[in-house]
Design a protein around this ligand. Structure first.
Ligand code: SF4
Ligand code: SF4
Length: 130
């Protein structure tokens, strides 16, 4: 996917890190351990949590918030247990989901993907896994 530098939002990473659960985003050093160990990636090959984190750090706000794979994570926490940088990816993904839901509520984004039942209506908002 080509990066449109003029569309990057340098504040996007701060927006995520200001959400509960998103605090450790910037610790990622792109080792791919999370993606290689994710059981969902075997079912949904496009799923790549490392890439979502990279795109978030780059400021690719629109691409991240409209990414259908944002909604396939089942919060199994395998990646969180394996991450050498303690990024707590499932929590970060939860923080990004809440930003997407806020955008939808504001009429700025239409989320086409079906959402996990337990995630409906931001029911996990504020939850934190440590
Ligand atoms: S395992 Fe952690 S440090 Fe490695 S790519 Fe995933 S989030 Fe980043
Ligand atoms: S928490 Fe989500 S991203 Fe992490 S391994 Fe489980 S399904 Fe994959």
């Amino acid at each position: 996917m080509p990066i449109k530098t003029w569309e990057l939002d340098p504040n996007f990473k701060n927006e995520i890190m200001n959400e509960p659960g998103g605090e450790h985003l910037a610790s990622c050093f792109q080792c791919s351990t999370c993606t290689l160990g994710c059981p969902i990636t075997e079912i949904v090959p496009s799923n790549n949590p490392r890439r979502i984190i990279q795109m978030s750090l780059l400021g690719m706000r629109e691409e991240v918030l409209s990414n259908p794979d944002l909604w396939v994570c089942l919060i199994c926490q395998t990646c969180t247990a394996q991450c050498p940088q303690d990024v707590r990816i499932a929590n970060v993904l939860g923080a990004i989901r809440r930003i997407a839901e806020k955008e939808e509520e504001a009429g700025k984004l239409k989320i086409e993907s079906s959402r996990p039942l337990f995630d409906k209506g931001s029911s996990v908002s504020g939850l934190s896994w440590s």
